[in-house]
Design a protein around this ligand. Structure first.
Ligand code: SAM
Length: 206
């Protein structure tokens, strides 16, 4: 990770993803999480204040030391036990069938191999446990999608590898999930960045 990615991107992300409107979306993603979960791409801990009652422990997975440092105050003021256990979602240092849930917000857009991350999530979830997600992604409108493809290279450079052109539902389908979409529409903000999908996913026979 270069200096800009390590020191500047976490601050940009923390600001860009920290509005009240974002929290309304985040709240939908965290509903129902309980017990011990893994959160992939924990970032600066923007979800911490929204964790529901009944959530006891979070295994945080995050490559950026800067973002993890920024998260410390939020972690300290939470009743939930939060432990950073690993760096990347493609290789979770957790046992098979060990988690009551998984959470990922605005991260499948950025990870190197989203299908590998989803297969790791599947591995660590207990049978029947669900994966909660909130992602921005490819717009269904051709004119917006065209702009997303045009802007993608720029986005990757300034936003730490983030992609505007990934379709989270297509990725979940490829990973074999059954998905319940809670909401999918444009959020506030410029449309290439704001086609959001929030929902839960389970693996059949998982
Ligand atoms: C756009 S930020 C979102 C942060 C946080 N989830 C939020 O909602 O504010 C994407 C996060 O994914 C992290 N990340 C990048 N590659 C990753 C990987 N392979 N596995 C896990 N996290 C990754 C980044 O460091 C960054 O913190």
């Amino acid at each position: 990770m270069g200096w800009y990615e390590e020191n500047v991107v976490p601050k940009i992300v923390d600001l860009a993803c920290g509005s009240k409107n974002m929290n309304r979306w985040r709240q939908k993603a965290v509903v129902g999480l309980h017990g011990e979960i893994v959160e992939i791409g924990f970032g600066s801990g923007r979800n911490v204040e929204l964790y529901p009652e009944g959530l006891q422990k979070v295994f945080a997975v995050e490559p950026s030391n800067k973002a993890s440092t920024m998260a410390m105050e939020r972690i300290a003021s939470s009743n939930v036990v939060i432990e950073r256990v690993g760096l990347v979602g493609e290789d979770l240092p957790l046992s098979d069938n060990s988690c009551d849930g998984a959470l990922c917000t605005f991260t499948l857009c950025t990870v190197s191999d989203p299908v590998k991350v989803l297969s790791e999530i599947r591995r660590v979830l207990k049978p029947g446990a669900s994966f909660h997600f909130l992602e921005h992604g490819l717009s269904p409108d051709a004119s917006i999608a065209k702009w997303q493809h045009r802007l993608n290279g720029f986005e990757q450079k300034i936003a730490g590898g983030c992609n505007l052109t990934r379709d989270p539902l297509a990725l979940l389908k490829e990973a074999g999930c059954e998905v319940e979409v809670i909401r999918q529409r444009y959020a506030k903000g410029p449309k290439p960045w704001s086609y959001f999908t929030v929902g839960t996913a389970r693996w059949p026979n998982g």
